[in-house]
Design a protein around this ligand. Sequence first.
Ligand SMILES: Nc1nc2c(ncn2[C@@H]2O[C@H](COP(=O)(O)OP(=O)(O)OP(=O)(O)O)[C@@H](O)[C@H]2O)c(=O)[nH]1
Length: 347
Amino acid sequence: MRMDPPLDKAGEGLSAPHAAAARWLPAANFMLAEGIDSCPIPIFVLDRNHVIAHWNRALAALSGLPPERQVGTCHQWEAFYPSARPTLADLVLDGALEDRISQFYHEKSRPSPLTPGAFEAEDFFPAIGDGGRWLFFTAAPLHDEAGEVVGAIETLQDVTEQKRAEQALRDSEARYRLLSITDGLTGLYNARHFFARLETECERASRYRQPLSMLLLDADNFKQLNDTYGHLEGDCVLQALAKVITDSTRSADTNFRYGGEEFALLLPGTGLDEAEQLAHRLCAAFASTAVVLSSGIVIRCTISIGVSQFRPGEKPAAFMHRADQGIYEAKDRGRNCVVAIDADTPR
Ligand SMILES: Nc1nc2c(ncn2[C@@H]2O[C@H](COP(=O)(O)OP(=O)(O)OP(=O)(O)O)[C@@H](O)[C@H]2O)c(=O)[nH]1
């Protein structure tokens, strides 16, 4: 249905097309103002002097600042910042270039892909709402018929829920990733992660010519322990061993359970002697650990440890093989001991 425009006397004395346009203007201006005010997207409009010309109801609801208080002032910053500073609309109105805008909005702003001269940004505003809100906001210059900038319009959208959902997704991805590389029994990294880290640490040690050592630990006489006390009690012993390992190592060291009763430590920045000392400490610490089984029985167990140092350029398997050889030799020597195999020792 076609609606007739409300007419007034604005067009009198003008040529026909201009008169028609002039008669439309009051109605069009009214519709525009009403459109801005009723739009569910928070909006404010500045005139050429940075004075607020419109501050719509949605923005009043978002910011808690009513239009009666804002319109006619230059207090647009009050809704978003603790002290006076330009908003994105102020910067666009000043014809600010990307450099100046990113001075205020850092990496969070970019030119709008849709409107020339407009910018968009996303940021967290701690003072808005209860606990702060994430806003996606755009600002565009307003031009007169001659193309002169006579104002700017800024729109804001609350994207907090979307941001929270994205964060929750990232958190759950990180949790799943961690689960996929964690051993369920001990909480140490698992075999899959051990072999991945072994590759990267060897590459890094080769590239930067930094020492890298490895400890392979094997619980002694574990079959007998399982046979005597049962598999579940054996699991308690493995958990106790994992705790001794974690308590004895630095954060840069990475600890793994890479087999049933076999554990590994990768020690970046550590040479063979230092690694051997750590192995002796671990051996002694575990031998003196009283493990309380769920039946209440207290037992003590031991481990055998093989130690090797990475030789730049060699294959990870060769590095690991020497530590493995160390375990065999430690078992041969009667268990509860450490054997370090030097890369230069002919075997
Ligand atoms: N409780 C428990 N036992 C395990 C687990 N994984 C492997 N084992 C047991 O560990 C034992 C390892 O036995 P062996 O390889 O013969 O070695 P060992 O008895 O420790 O003897 P040495 O290594 O020569 O000292 C086996 O009985 C496995 O069933 C596990 O997750 N929990």
